[in-house]
Design a protein around this ligand. Sequence first.
Ligand SMILES: [Zn+2]
Ligand SMILES: [Zn+2]
Length: 341
Amino acid sequence: MARKTLGYVPLIWECAYCQTQNPGPIKTCTSCGAPQPDDVAFLQVDENKFNFIKDEALIRMAQAGPDIHCPYCGTRNPAGAEVCSNCGGEINIPGKVVRETGKEVRTVAEHTEELQSAPVARPAIPTASTRKKPNRLITILLALGGLAIVAGCIIFLVMMLKTDSIQATVTDVRWERSIAIEAFTEVSRSDWWDQIPDIAEIQSCSQRYRYTSEIPEANATEVCSEAVVEDTGTGIGEVVQECVYEVYDDYCDYTVMDWVVLNTVVETGENLNPSWPEPNLSADQQLGAATETYTILFSGDGERYTYTTTDVDTFLMAQPGSEWELTVNQLGAVQSIEPSY
Ligand SMILES: [Zn+2]
Ligand SMILES: [Zn+2]
């Protein structure tokens, strides 16, 4: 997310001794003279609007960086100061303590509200009338329902996985072979402009949301969070927003020549001589995807079984009357077959 600075606003701090509200950059209370504490919480004056600072010097001060605490007397000095304004001690030294920055500043109203509500903010003790008895019957029914579902799943899995071996005889065979016929023809499609093949003819385009970017981009709509005031460590607040950029782009309908399935020709039989359909093709046609399905019907243990495969070699061995060993699960589905000799 991109961070945007809208401007700078004055902050105040409240003296802990006399409750006087002092301007943020002033380091000692204007009323009682008490020093501003190191960890003082700055407050935002305006609640609903930002009264942006226009004074360039104040803005430069806010941008210069957080104040430095004097290691000798604790006085806060502006960033870049070499010696303490109070005691004259050298402050631009390695390991110097600077005021924390980036904390969200609350408004005076929020601060006052917190002070007033603090003593009564204890959690309420629940009374008998507000405590709700859980409905035991519903709980039991839900538990039973859950158990039934779990048990059902387990039974289903066991029946799928547990298999029996069954001796069976081939009673019937069936095959089906199909081939798609494709024609070279004009088709309509849609895609982002930069995904469309060069040879295509673009019909019409419209702007659509494509993706969200963290950084500003051309043809993007900026979407920002609510502005908040952050402590710059100088007694001046920085009004910031986090923004993302919703990028729009051309999505187009286009036409292009391509091979498309016109129809599918199917050949079927109830014998062991499968053959492929041989359609007559015109000049702008070609053969597409081919599929083959072979079905063998068995009878064994007084039951009928059906086995379907795409393996023509297995199918060609399935002479009607021949004996096979079937692996059948508890749901009656044939998992595999093996000729018996
Ligand atoms: Zn004071
Ligand atoms: Zn000092």
